[in-house]
Design a protein around this ligand. Structure first.
Ligand SMILES: NC(=O)c1ccc[n+]([C@@H]2O[C@H](COP(=O)([O-])OP(=O)(O)OC[C@H]3O[C@@H](n4cnc5c(N)ncnc54)[C@H](OP(=O)(O)O)[C@@H]3O)[C@@H](O)[C@H]2O)c1
Length: 324
């Protein structure tokens, strides 16, 4: 089969097309004929050698059709999504014609939608849903700040939060993008800045923060919460460096909660994929209540250009790659 292999750590030329053997059926696993896959920052970090692990074939998620499933957990021919479970990290991932994912990391996604749209759902929506409705336990009428809201993750969270009746303040570094965020339902926008808590009128009255800017603003996110409010750290758009000189005694606000979510736990005993309503999310899309359309769609042959666009922050939303 054709696969995109990570030949070395580095730039776009690290991604090389090769013919490699197709994955064989294996107990506890599903072989999937990949129809499309979403791109993720994780793959960029793996390509550059910045992540702890990287498999020769990258790609942490995909959608496609079950080719074999020896345990019978999924019928051959079913439409499925696969994400995490070591894909692209410890086992070969989705940058190929076929992949073999653990049963625990596969879910049915039987909606009558184009593959490119289905491909925009698994990692982004599963993670956004979990952050909002599990970690933050956000509720109708509450006030949520999404930091880094123009990212595909941020936009997914914004759309689902608004659909759930949550009031959202969305941040971006770019004023020109306010209109996009307001169109998606943000009540208001703010320019993303490291000291946002000192400039936001609702500071100390905010119920929750979905923090996709990350380590560089963790403490600032906590500083804007009301007593009992929660911040969920789930993105690192501001960089991967640790918090410098962190001294909780001097820097932590009292009475607020910090929570973390990393999608690598999907499929482990505490975080079964069945917890996430992927099928329902796809049904919402099919019914026209949720728009998951990717911002950019590339062909399998265009992986380097797709990575370039991701790296340059040019996409303005989810990037997916489709097989012809
Ligand atoms: N926790 C998890 O399991 C999980 C799962 C998926 C993704 N993630 C993480 O979530 C983040 C978003 O991922 P994505 O794929 O949705 O990203 P994306 O769509 O590529 O995000 C691009 C946007 O990020 C914003 N951005 C870039 N650099 C920034 C900076 N220094 N400070 C603030 N904003 C910045 C830019 O928005 P503006 O120019 O409009 O500001 C840009 O348009 C990434 O860090 C990713 O690793 C985490």
């Amino acid at each position: 089969m054709r696969a995109i292999v990570l030949e070395k750590f580095g730039g776009l030329d690290s991604l090389v097309y090769k013919d490699i053997p197709e994955p064989e059926p294996k107990a506890g696993h599903v072989v999937i004929e990949i129809k499309a896959f979403g791109l993720n920052h994780a793959e960029m970090h793996m390509r550059r050698g910045e992540w702890a692990e990287a498999a020769p074939v990258s790609g942490i998620e995909c959608v496609g059709i079950v080719k074999s499933c020896p345990g019978g957990e999924f019928p051959v021919g079913a439409k499925v999504a696969a994400l995490m479970g070591g894909l692209g990290r410890t086992i070969n991932g989705s940058y190929a014609e076929y992949t073999r994912a653990p049963v625990s990391n596969v879910a049915l996604i039987e909606a009558d939608l184009p593959w490119a749209e289905l491909a925009a759902i698994p990692e982004t929506y599963a993670t956004a849903w979990t952050c909002l409705f599990r970690n933050l336990e956000i509720e109708k009428g509450q006030l949520l700040v999404i930091r880094g809201a123009t990212s595909s993750f941020g936009q997914a969270a914004l759309k689902m939060a608004v659909n759930a009746g949550v009031r959202v303040i969305a941040t971006t570094r770019n004023r020109d993008r306010f209109a996009l965020l307001e169109k998606l339902g943000a009540e208001r926008c703010e320019i993303e800045r490291p000291d946002l808590s000192r400039h936001i009128a609702e500071a100390k009255a905010i119920d929750a923060v979905l923090d996709l800017v990350g380590n560089s603003v963790v403490l600032d996110s906590l500083a804007m919460l009301r007593r009992g409010g929660r911040s969920c750290l789930a993105g690192w758009l501001g960089g991967l460096d640790p918090i410098p000189d962190f001294n909780p005694l001097l820097q932590m606000p009292s009475g607020v909660y910090l929570t973390f979510f990393g999608s690598f736990v999907f499929g482990t005993p505490g975080f079964p994929l069945s917890d996430v309503p992927l099928q329902q999310i796809a049904a919402e899309v099919a019914a026209g209540r949720l728009d998951v359309k990717p911002a950019r769609i590339f062909r399998f042959e265009e992986i380097r250009e797709a990575h370039r666009v991701m790296e340059a922050n040019e996409a303005g939303g989810k990037i997916v790659v489709v097989h012809a």
